[in-house]
Design a protein around this ligand. Structure first.
Ligand code: SAH
Length: 500
């Protein structure tokens, strides 16, 4: 089983950076043992202009059979038993190659590259070649799977036997993919789609496969026209897992949905309250309140988590005290729009060095987010299902742990003041919940107590005496005294007691 990944470069941006991105040195051939045999990584060519990495998996058919024992591998007919030893496995790329890919290039799959972080973030001119790929569904399906992801697809059926063309095509294709993609994204496409095309998993499919699929599918699977087929085949047609995955993908897709209606409604309310002067949209007031709080905190390195289309990042860039600004969002589409808004391409080097847009999900801890002064979660928490919220809490307050965290969210009590909103309706179709001031404070106190932060509250927009402001903001500041751990224990104990 064989796969090559090539890229091109220039003396300033050498193609051999591929070695850094894959965490495998171009000058040495390396071997790794995997559960199914030995995986070799070597570079048939490695110059500044062109570099190719090859992954070769030497399958150990005996190990393969042993592994399947006790997992439905027993009690087979003699034919089936023989087929386990005499088959195409050693030659054809398949799900085993995907497993090898994830073992050997695990950091690259996650997009991590300490030596060349900037190159890991940017698209490379890539060419991937798989000479023999079992493809159920043939060349048509291969195109349907890879083309929507931005690849130019070259696919040829391989004849069953070149001596006897009348025997027709085999179920194998020769695949060549070309495109400008981030390496991590390309590897994730292969990691998921090679087994999907092979359509015969060689290891047991368990519930954590859904997590694996969603992690590898982040940023491209939700919204893929063949999402259902991909999900179902990847999960070996296990219906309950497929349904679970489809539901979670639907949530991601909703989170990707355009946020224009938020701003529309924000604009509408201010028009009704402020008739004399030109109304200030609520979104603008929110950004002002956030900037004020950030300046007061003294932060220089700031994360905008769930940055959406980059409006806040744009404001942050205007103030030189913010020396490093990272906008993160789960939605590639939002990030693309943000990149355009910021004119990243045309930005001077100095300015560009202050800002970065990265794709990621707040539902997972992320090492890239550690060590910042402040993090902003502006109108983000209400986009997560309540059961997913603790994961975000841990990722931000437990793992990333910036000194200051700003969280804004709608105040549902204010909704009665919005003439445009039918009573009892949340403001945005994708809001999973909207909280009263009381509910928000209960949440904030719990999170602060658990993770060792102090919290104060700032109203945003007109503070109505009866129902409060339209937006509520919590400002969390990490406690200087190292009481955090003790506090956490205490809070946990208290929670346990309360539950008992
Ligand atoms: N902060 C911006 C956008 C708010 S809309 C503003 O104040 O205008 C909510 C944003 O959160 C969307 O861009 C959505 O893609 C993003 N989002 C939702 N769930 C997310 C998650 N799990 N991880 C990262 N971003 C997420």
């Amino acid at each position: 089983m064989f796969l090559t990944i090539s890229t091109t470069g220039t003396p300033e941006r050498p193609a051999t950076d591929l070695g850094f991105l894959l965490h495998k040195h171009p000058e040495s051939a390396q071997a790794f043992s995997t559960s199914y045999g030995t995986a070799h990584v070597l570079y048939p060519e490695a110059s500044a202009e062109r570099c190719t990495a090859a992954l070769l998996l030497e399958v150990d058919p005996v190990a393969l059979v042993r592994r399947s024992k006790g997992k439905g591998g027993q009690g087979k007919t003699a034919d089936a038993a023989l087929a386990q030893y005499v088959n195409d496995r050693p030659y054809a790329a398949s799900s085993l190659l995907a497993v090898a890919l994830s073992t050997v290039f695990s950091s690259a799959l996650r997009g991590v590259c300490k030596a060349r972080p900037e190159r890991a973030e940017e698209p490379l001119a890539l060419r991937v070649e798989v000479p023999a790929l079992p493809a159920r569904g043939g060349p048509d399906l291969v195109r349907k799977l890879f083309e929507p992801l931005g690849w130019t697809v070259g696919v040829e059926s391989v004849a069953l036997d070149e001596q006897f063309p009348e025997w027709g095509e085999s179920r194998y294709v020769r695949l060549v993919l070309e495109g400008e993609l981030r390496l991590a994204q390309a590897l994730r496409h292969l990691y998921v789609l090679l087994p999907v095309l092979d359509d015969a998993k060689h290891y047991w499919v368990s519930a954590d496969e859904v997590d694996k699929l969603l992690r590898a599918g982040e940023g491209w699977l939700a919204g893929h026209p063949e999402q259902r087929l991909i999900t179902s085949r990847y999960l070996s047609r296990r219906w309950s897992l497929t349904r679970q995955a489809m539901q979670r993908l639907e949530l991601v897709r909703l989170a990707d949905a355009d946020d224009t209606d938020v701003e529309e409604i924000d604009n509408a309310v201010d028009e009704s309250t402020d008739t004399e002067e030109k109304p200030v949209p609520l979104a603008v007031r929110r950004r002002e309140a956030i900037l004020d709080a950030l300046r007061t905190s003294g932060a220089a390195r700031v994360l905008d988590l769930g940055c959406g289309q980059g409006q806040l990042v744009q404001e942050l860039l205007k103030d030189v005290r913010f020396t490093e600004i990272v906008g993160l969002d789960v939605s590639v589409r939002a990030l693309t729009i943000a990149g355009r808004r910021l004119k990243l391409e045309r930005m001077g080097e100095r300015q560009a060095s202050r800002v970065r847009l990265v794709q990621g999900s707040l539902a997972y801890t992320d090492k890239r987010l550690k060590g910042y002064d402040a993090a902003v979660l502006s109108e983000v928490i209400e986009h997560l299902d309540l059961p997913r919220l603790p994961a975000l809490e841990y990722a931000v307050f437990g793992s990333a742990r910036p000194r200051t965290v700003l969280v804004t969210t709608p105040n549902v009590e204010y909704n009665v003041r919005w003439e445009t909103l039918p009573a009892g309706h949340v403001r945005h179709g994708d809001h999973r919940f909207e909280w009263t001031r009381e509910e928000f404070r209960t949440w904030a106190e719990r999170v602060a107590g658990r993770h060792g932060y102090d919290v104060r509250y700032v109203p945003v927009g007109p503070d109505d005496p009866e129902v409060g402001p339209p937006t509520q903001m919590a400002v969390f500041t990490v406690q200087e005294t190292p009481k955090a751990a003790e506090k956490t224990e205490k809070a946990e104990k208290a929670e346990k007691e309360a539950a008992a």
